[in-house]
Ligand binder design. Sequence first.
Ligand code: 9WN
Length: 447
Amino acid sequence: MLQESEEALGTADQDGLPRRALEVLEANWRGASTVPSPALYPHQWSWDSACIAIGYSHLNQERAEQELRSLFAGQWRNGLLPHIVFADGQDYFPGPEFWRTDLSPDAPRSPHTSGIVQPPVHATSVHQVYRLGRDRARSDAFLAELLPKLEAWHDYLYRERNRGGDGLIEIWHPWESGMDNSPLWDAVFARIELSKDEVPSYERIDRKVVDPAGRPTDAEYDFYAYLVKLYRDRSYDGAPIAADCPFVVHDVLFNSLLVQSNRDLAAMAAVVGADPERHERRARETAAAIERRLWNKDDGAYLDRDVRSGEWIEVRAGSSFAPLYAGSPSPERAAFLVARLKDFSVPVEPAGRAVPSLGTEDPSFEPIRYWRGPVWPIVNWVAYRGLRRSGYDDPAAELRDGMLELVRREGFWEHYNPLTGQGQGGRQFAWTAGLMLDLLAAQEPAA
Ligand code: 9WN
């Protein structure tokens, strides 16, 4: 299959990158789903799995479908798609005993899951897996099975997280953004007074597994744990959490991914003869709300907003270019953003560029510490697709070449140092492999 896959991607000259990516995915495969990285993250993560399936969509239909099926096995009765589906007996904080999602009547009894969400890239993933599937009968069955689950997932977001009713969806935990300790959240945390007795006791495992210099701080983990306790104390009931949660954010990346997922959902609904209108309308509404409420004209940037304080979050993160991916900016705004992206990105020798998670000139920039500077594959994949959809093929190719160069040189790491290119964080990282397979496929001229 490997040789076949290199031929399928037309990339046999890529220093064996497709084969090396597939080896990582194979090593992290646990029979029905893939762990992000063996020691650090020994369970299934939501947006990681969507990206892994995107990678597999080019090469292994069965695996791609199984990855998504396993994830949706953890879906709640109210549609919530949890950010972690737990495997039994693995060390990770916070595990099922900390989440206690059994307190919610909506959570499944099995498998155990977390009680929050991650960025909604799933409909896009399912659609790609469906489109590229070679066994069409199998693809049709997969679509029929996943479509109602995806609809329930989006219905959950538009029902429970749409406070203003205008289609801008809110997140309730930094982990829901997927960008745990980004400086985006510093001002939100600074507003919350946290006394020691509000923080439940817990023990971190991550720092024993990878270099602590690349991980969030203890003070940040106190907030993470405190917020989980807040949900737990409300039995994961949406209304009291919406009323009491001090962390409520309109995030640019989350909403941008959702716009495209709505479009993909609409396209899939049309395939089975269902009405796509609800999904098309949501795509339009959320895109319009991004333009109206997250574009800061004084800064000339898309910025997150702290819903509780009503203030802008004045941090330019790598994720702030995501509206290009959503296709929501006007051509003028897109051109402006593309010019900014060029300055924001860093060179990767010998040829290519990469988008760091935070601008290197930002006073909070740290090249090693997780979401405070390092280059993350997902941020670059979103920027790559955004440039492509907006017609900027050359800068898109530069990002693709930059990412592939980092991986070729260093291997499949969780993230990369934007100043040196060094691989960092967790090793043998699955969604890095998945997204690189997608970028490799994108090198092929359109058929
Ligand atoms: C918490 C699995 C996940 C990614 C996130 C990344 C990190 C978890 C953690 O790892 O978050 O969900 O324990 O730090 O920030 O984007 O999905 O790879």
